[in-house]
Design a protein around this ligand. Structure first.
Ligand code: GLN
Length: 309
């Protein structure tokens, strides 16, 4: 077994002179206030060992990474019925693009672009008030991470509620095509709040462990989802988790991953480990620049890949 701590340390060390690279997501004003000179890598193995380097205890805005958890909840509620509402194909477009949504009559390409995640939020909202649905999502993530301290950053939620014009447009568009059951403001309330959940790399790696270990949380033995559902969520992450950068991420890293504009990426090495990296500077398609580089080096040095040795 490779010395994983040595690998994590070496990846951090080799990239440390690039800390601060990339551009903050300033279209959400609160995210533009984050110190860009931060970088963390946390890895939790399926047998429960944690290896970490850098800023792994600092909570950051998980943004679109939360879509992995809302997708898991929505599949738990309506199973394959979800695929009537949202597709399973990579979009090849920016995460907030509206073009395809018109051509495809209000059915988003996949659950990870904004439109798709808004449809997923509508599913999670069924039978609840918005605040109950938000509570359910936070509770689920706390349960996965085994950490009751995880919470929403209300400043980020407010900031995005005040400026999320494109998401308002996407939601109204879907509503016009009857692909939202609930009022647009309620659905967006759920969406903006789950995107504003703050977590550290360590908490995030822990929360994602069920995806690396056949749907079970190996730390408490609990089953989160079936093994086949975990595999399918990983497939969606691989194909769609980095928007129009998904192909490049698969080519360079070779692991399922989900990025967020807060600069975090959650990646799965099936049967091996759950990995969370964070550095706020983004590349041109909105994925963490240093985070992607860290996962590329980590995959090289561990030999982990879903495509072979
Ligand atoms: N909350 C963000 C938005 O809707 C999420 C985008 C992301 O992380 N890619 O724009």
């Amino acid at each position: 077994m490779a010395d994983l701590q040595a690998i994590v340390d070496s990846v951090y060390y080799d990239l440390s002179d690039r800390i601060g690279e990339g551009k903050l997501a300033d279209y959400i004003p609160e995210l533009a206030t984050v110190d860009p000179k931060q970088f963390g890598i946390a890895l939790v193995t399926v047998d429960g060992q944690t290896h970490a380097a850098g800023d792994t205890e600092t909570a950051f805005s998980i943004q679109s990474i939360s879509k992995v958890f809302t997708l898991t909840l929505a599949l738990g509620k309506i199973g394959d019925g979800l695929w009537k509402r949202v597709g399973r194909e990579p979009s090849g477009n920016a995460f907030n693009s509206i073009v395809q949504l018109e051509q495809e009559k209000g059915k988003p390409r996949n659950p990870f672009i904004n439109a798709g995640a808004i449809a997923v939020a509508d599913v999670v909202l069924a039978g609840h008030l918005p605040k109950e649905a938000i509570g359910e999502i936070v509770q689920f993530i706390r349960h996965l991470a085994d950490d009751e301290s995880i919470a929403i950053d209300q400043n980020v939620a407010r900031s995005e509620t005040q400026t999320g014009y494109r998401n308002v447009a996407l939601a109204n568009f879907m509503k016009a095509f009857r692909n939202l059951d609930h009022p647009v403001e309620h659905v967006l309330g759920v969406y903006f709040h789950h995107c504003a959940i703050a977590m550290s790399c360590r908490q995030l790696a822990h929360a994602g462990l069920y995806l690396a270990s056949a749907g079970r949380n190996p730390l408490n033995g609990g089953s989160v989802v079936s093994a086949s559902r975990a595999r399918r969520i990983n497939a969606l992450m691989l194909m769609c988790g980095h928007y129009d950068g998904s192909g490049d991420f698969a080519y360079r890293v070779g692991l399922p991953g989900k990025s967020g504009v807060g600069g975090g990426i959650l990646a799965t090495a099936p049967g091996k480990a759950s990995i969370a990296v964070w550095s706020p500077g983004l590349n041109e398609v909105g994925n963490s620049q240093l985070g992607s580089a860290a996962l590329e080096l980590l995959a090289q040095r561990t030999g982990w890949s879903v495509f072979g040795q």
